[in-house]
Design a protein around this ligand. Structure first.
Ligand SMILES: *Cc1c(COP(=O)(O)O)cnc(C)c1O
Length: 803
């Protein structure tokens, strides 16, 4: 690999030169942020050559490229990962040291990129890392949001939201490409006319035109020249402002890139969301078409050279938009255009929760995107025709309809317009086939497949847990770093008492790092000898943080009542953001913090139990949280969590899954065995049965079990807050909606699973062995495996070689 700087000395010379040139200051005088910016720019320039060569190789060899369209890319910080992937981390670290600069301090200056909110966005980020590292050409397409989701603080026990100004210092990784700007059109009306060949022509007379300007971020793989692009679109004023008063036009422009997932409870909010979705899809497609036509004479071979993966339904307007481009701009007939579109596009489903399946009022789409809507209507009409005449299934017409009840059903549109539809874990895909999309599966079974999610083992093991990486290198060699399935070699050593002891020492070091962070940010002392029990994920009723909380209340009450009942010391750690408008979720956060206050300050209880809520959960916090856990809480109501990826990060760092048989937990247990996890509770089919037969009654459980009753009453009797009404909503959701997520139905099973956890933890050798088995079996959950499956089975792309 040709390097700009090969040695520490070369790095130092270049670094010093750039600081002086850019800021007119010596290294000693330069501010920390200036050092960070210069280092980032050096790396970006360093990969510039590879970036250009990748583009040339792709064009020259006619390689097929994949584009991952996603509303989110939760990439976190890039400095460490980029330096590590390039293999220059040590050179840079030592070079900086010579200037008395601590690389960790520089690393901490970078903000987490605020380009997403949770698992779906993090998956997209892991995929980018795997694509480049596997020499595959796969790019990201998204919006350049000015502000991230929000910065969470806890004030008076409650979540408060502050703007997440992640671009405050600028973004060193991006390159603005104004000459590749695209005009995106909204509103207005359609004019149709007949051209001289008797062909119908369509003219869209927009009401508003917004310029989409791309910012390109290089995606650097490990030990490879292949450098892909994450393209982030930013909205700016267009030259051709039509029919708009200028100030309100500028407000519209700004709104598009202001925020990820703006509140969509109002009509205005919904229109904005649709606008965002169309904005990055239309711009992304226009750029793909332009690039294709620079290399090839027509779009006839588009599907041989390009494929697009839709990460959930947010980018599904790509289907009618690509139809529009082909027909209106390039004069394709419907059938030819449809053939291209359905060979380019494939769709990943991420949820089975009915309320999370995207639907938009027809009138909104019609108003904002009149031409695109006409095409959706025609797709709908032709699909209904096919149901009558091709599939002979008029009976399922309603359940698979794209347009019904005044709404556009985005998932149905996605399935009709894609060549592949996949779920993200085995159980999830089965539920799609047998339940949520049963009718579709009956008529097009070959479209459906499973691609179990993964995580990049580079970020989540090699880079964020150097202590464990070192131990693994020492024990099984380094091959697993490039072939994560070889972590399996660890199986030969899991009984080795020396290794077990060394592992427990690594874990203790990681726990100490987390304990220091907790002390520093929250002024809470936690005992690294206690069991670190972690639940870190978005706050949502189906994820059942409340079940964890109810169990904590149970332990607290029991220890208060019975001085002879004491648990093995445990630190319950939570981290979670709640959507700003999700009142229940916010009350649960308040409840956790109120319990923490009571428990941590009770001298009888605190030696045995601490409760910690770590604010502002995001990628960088996950990087110090997952690897410090002994227990990984994955306790969603079975059938509700599509896959989960947090579960994989914990497993790979040697934590035990305490979970239900849901999502990818099923596949984790399949690999480690039931004896090396703690599985409890109702299964997906039990849950389905309970709901179908309507036999569950929360009040029966409540009345039957005085301990459960006491726990539930503690929500409203002032035990944790003098304001007795603080948690009334939580109480009501539980007791007056018949415990929709079956917390009390699973309570006993969870309690017993928790008891087994503490028993097993006291056998240190047995525990260490169990953790080592989890690490050994975690290679399957590397996103490298997932991406190879997508590449082979859906995208039909091969690794390339960049000279
Ligand atoms: C991995 C990850 C998630 C997903 O967690 P789940 O437990 O799978 O819901 C969400 N947010 C961040 C910051 C993550 O790193």
């Amino acid at each position: 690999m040709k390097k700009k700087f090969q040695t520490k000395e070369e790095f130092k010379t270049e670094f010093e030169r750039r600081i002086i040139e850019k800021y007119g200051r010596s290294i000693e005088q330069a501010h920390k942020t200036e050092k960070y910016m210069v280092l980032g720019e050096m790396i970006r320039d360093y990969v510039g050559v590879n970036w250009k060569e990748t583009k040339e190789t792709v064009a020259g060899n006619g390689e097929k490229q994949m584009y991952y369209f996603s509303m989110e890319f939760l990439i976190g910080r890039l400095l460490t990962s980029n330096l590590m992937n390039l293999g220059i981390y040590d050179i840079v670290k030592e070079g900086l040291q010579d200037f008395h600069i601590d690389i960790n301090e520089i690393e901490d200056l970078e903000s987490d990129a605020g380009l997403g909110n949770g698992g779906l966005g993090r998956l997209a980020a892991c995929f980018l890392d795997s694509l480049a590292s596997l020499n595959l050409v796969g790019h990201g397409n998204c919006i350049r949001y000015e502000y991230g989701l929000f910065r969470q603080r806890i004030e008076n026990h409650e979540q408060t939201e502050y703007p997440d100004m992640w671009l405050k210092l600028g973004n060193v990784w991006e390159v603005r490409k104004p000459k590749h700007a695209i005009e995106v059109k909204f509103g207005g009306h359609i004019e149709m006319y007949m051209d001289e060949h008797g062909k119908t022509k369509v003219n869209h007379m927009p009401e508003q035109v917004i310029r989409a300007v791309p910012y390109d971020v290089p995606v650097i793989g490990r030990d490879t020249k292949v450098t892909n692009t994450l393209r982030l679109w930013s909205a700016e004023a267009a030259d051709s402002v039509i029919n708009n008063d200028f100030a309100s036009y500028m407000d519209d422009v700004k709104a598009i890139c202001m925020n990820v997932y703006p509140d969509d409870s109002t009509e205005k909010g919904k229109l904005l969301r649709i606008k965002q979705e169309y904005f990055f899809v239309a711009a992304g497609l226009a750029q793909i078409i332009k690039a294709h036509l620079r290399v090839y004479p027509s779009l006839d071979n588009l599907a041989e050279k390009v494929c697009i993966q839709l990460n959930d339904t947010h980018p599904v307007l790509a289907i009618p938009e690509l139809m529009r481009i082909l027909m209106d701009d390039y004069a394709y007939e419907w059938d030819d255009a449809w053939n291209i579109v359905t060979n380019v596009i494939s769709y990943t489903n991420h949820t089975v929760l009915a309320e999370a399946l995207e639907k938009w009022p027809i009138s909104y789409i019609q108003q904002l995107l009149p031409r695109v809507y006409m095409i959706i209507e025609e797709i709908h009409r032709r699909f209904e025709f096919a149901l009558d005449h091709q599939y002979n299934r008029p009976d399922i017409k309603y359940s698979v309809a794209i347009l019904k009840e005044g709404q556009v059903h985005m998932a149905n549109l996605a399935i009709v317009g894609s060549h592949h539809v996949n779920g993200v874990a085995g159980l999830h895909t089965e539920i799609l086939k047998n339940d949520v999309f049963k009718s579709f599966y009956e008529i097009m079974p070959e479209k459906f497949s499973n691609k179990t999610n993964g995580i990049t083992h580079r970020r989540w093991l090699l880079y964020s847990n150097p202590q464990l990486t070192h131990l693994l290198d020492e024990t099984i060699g380094k091959d697993y770093q490039t072939h994560p399935e070889q972590l399996e070699k660890l199986m030969a050593h899991v009984d080795d008492p020396m290794l077990q002891a060394k592992f427990m020492d690594v874990k203790r070091q990681r726990k100490q790092i987390l304990a220091d962070y907790i002390k520093e940010t929250l002024q809470i002392e936690v005992d690294v000898n206690s069991i670190f029990d972690v639940q870190a994920k978005r706050l949502h009723a189906y994820k059942r943080q409340l079940l964890n909380v109810l169990h904590i209340i149970y332990l607290y009450q029991k220890m208060k009542k019975d001085p002879n009942f004491r648990i093995y010391p445990r630190t319950f750690i939570f981290a979670a953001k709640a959507a700003p408008a999700y009142t229940f979720a916010k009350q649960v956060i308040k409840l956790i913090n109120c319990i923490a206050d009571v428990v941590n300050n009770d001298p009888q209880i605190a030696p045995y139990m601490k409760v910690v809520f770590i604010p502002n959960y995001g990628v960088s916090i996950a990087e110090i949280l997952m690897n410090a856990a002994d227990v990984s809480e994955q306790i969603s109501t079975a059938g509700k969590e599509a896959s989960g990826t947090g579960n994989m990060k914990f497993m790979m760092n040697g934590a035990i899954t305490l979970g239900t048989l849901d999502g990818a937990n099923v596949e984790i247990v399949e690999r480690v065995g039931y004896e090396n996890a703690e599985i409890f509770g109702l299964r997906a089919d039990d849950v389905a049965l309970l709901k179908r037969e309507n036999v569950y009654s929360v009040w029966n459980v409540y009345n039957r079990d005085p301990e459960i009753k006491a726990v539930v009453e503690a929500l409203i009797d002032g035990t944790f807050s003098p304001e007795k009404e603080d948690f009334r909503l939580v109480y009501n959701e539980l007791m007056f909606k018949n415990d929709e997520y079956l917390l009390l139905a699973d309570f006993d099973a969870y309690k017993h699973a928790q008891t087994r956890v503490q028993e097993r933890y006291q056998d240190k050798a047995g525990w260490a062995k169990m953790c080592l088995i989890n690490i050994a079996k975690s290679g399957f959950f590397s996103s490298d495996r997932t991406i190879k499956q997508y590449a082979d089975e859906i995208w039909n792309i091969q690794p390339i070689e960049v000279k």
